[in-house]
Design a protein around this ligand. Structure first.
Ligand SMILES: O=C(O)CCC(=O)C(=O)O
Ligand SMILES: [Fe+2]
Length: 316
């Protein structure tokens, strides 16, 4: 299989090891470079057992193979918090290309599919690993932005908005192959694990770069929250998924998020303290998330009309 990707591989072994200061400095530099050039990187030796990543993919796969009537039980009811449950994404009117299941532990456990043995157990086992890895990554990213190691952690100190999403993409049809159309993540940091089908592509300077699957490797990307806070020093790269012919694809992602009541605007360290103008006006993060959620349930006619972070950009 074609297995080359220009996206940098970063080895986290040295930051998981106590006392390896040189190794840690190297990782800080590698992340600085990857986040300014691509907004994406791949992590090996991330501390999450590979077997557990595979089991997670497997329980999601079993869920998505259930008959529709079983999956539909988990569609969030109207009037109930829409940030967890089963969703079918008619991605801008293209029916049936992607299904997903969102698990947000802070909302309680009632949205775990009960019919799948081990689903809850596996998800409850992997979730704390992601929380820990995200916290570690956040401190390294802080250093890569020339901020104190605990700066982002102190700013982003509410973990109730983190969630896991399992995704199922149907095989391409004769006429179309869009899995997830080009988008940016709104999170602070996203961690993705994909099966061996492939299809993820990242945009750099207008070119689409494939990210082929690599066993046990996590794909990490910067979300729009960090893009705004860092005043564009780190970019949230546009990415998409192309569906394969005759193959179902599964992936899952952990979103290290920001609390909705946060006031978002570039940190002064990236504006007035260095004599630069802010590239975004301030806004309440929830307003943006709600607009994006509405786009998901009621997609606009035209792709260009989807809500994007650029609505808060200051164009000079
Ligand atoms: O399934 C994938 O590879 C990507 C998923 C993704 O981009 C997302 O959920 O935001
Ligand atoms: Fe994404």
């Amino acid at each position: 299989m074609f297995n080359y990707s220009p996206l940098p591989f970063i080895d986290f072994a040295s930051i998981l090891r106590e006392g390896d200061e040189d190794g840690k400095r190297r990782v800080v530099e590698e992340i600085r470079k990857a986040c300014s050039e691509y907004g994406f990187f791949q992590v090996v030796n991330h501390g999450i057992p590979v077997e557990l990543l595979k089991q997670t993919l497997e329980v999601y796969r079993v869920f998505f193979e259930c008959p529709n009537e079983e999956k539909l039980k988990y569609i969030p009811k109207p009037g109930v918090d829409q940030s967890a449950g089963f969703f079918k994404s008619p991605d801008l009117s293209k029916e049936g290309n992607e299904h997903f299941l969102v698990i947000t532990p802070s909302l309680g456990l009632n949205h775990y599919p009960k019919s799948i043995l081990k689903f809850k157990q596996v998800l409850e086992e992997i979730f704390p690993y992601f929380v820990k890895l995200a916290s570690l990554s956040e401190s390294i990213i802080s250093l890569s932005l020339d901020l104190p190691a605990n700066f982002l952690k102190e700013y982003n100190n509410d973990r109730t908005h983190d969630f896991l999403i399992g995704l199922h993409y149907f095989p391409a049809t004769k006429t179309e192959n869009i899995g997830k159309s080009a988008h940016e993540d709104s999170s602070c940091i996203t961690f993705l694990y994909q099966d061996d089908v492939g299809g993820l592509q990242v945009c750099k300077n207008g070119e689409w770069i494939p990210v082929p699957p690599r066993d046990g490797t996590l794909i990490v990307n910067i979300g729009e929250a960090l893009q705004v806070l860092s005043n564009d020093r780190f970019k949230s790269a546009t990415h998409k998924v192309i569906r394969a012919k005759e193959k179902h694809r599964h992936s899952f992602a952990f979103f290290h998020n920001l609390s909705g009541d946060k006031w978002m605007e570039p940190f002064s360290q990236f504006t007035e303290e260095i004599g630069e103008l802010p590239k975004y006006k301030g806004f309440i993060f929830r307003d943006y998330i709600q607009r994006r959620r509405e786009d998901r349930t009621h997609p606009p006619e035209k792709y260009e009309d989807l809500t994007r972070i650029s609505r808060y950009a200051i164009n000079r």
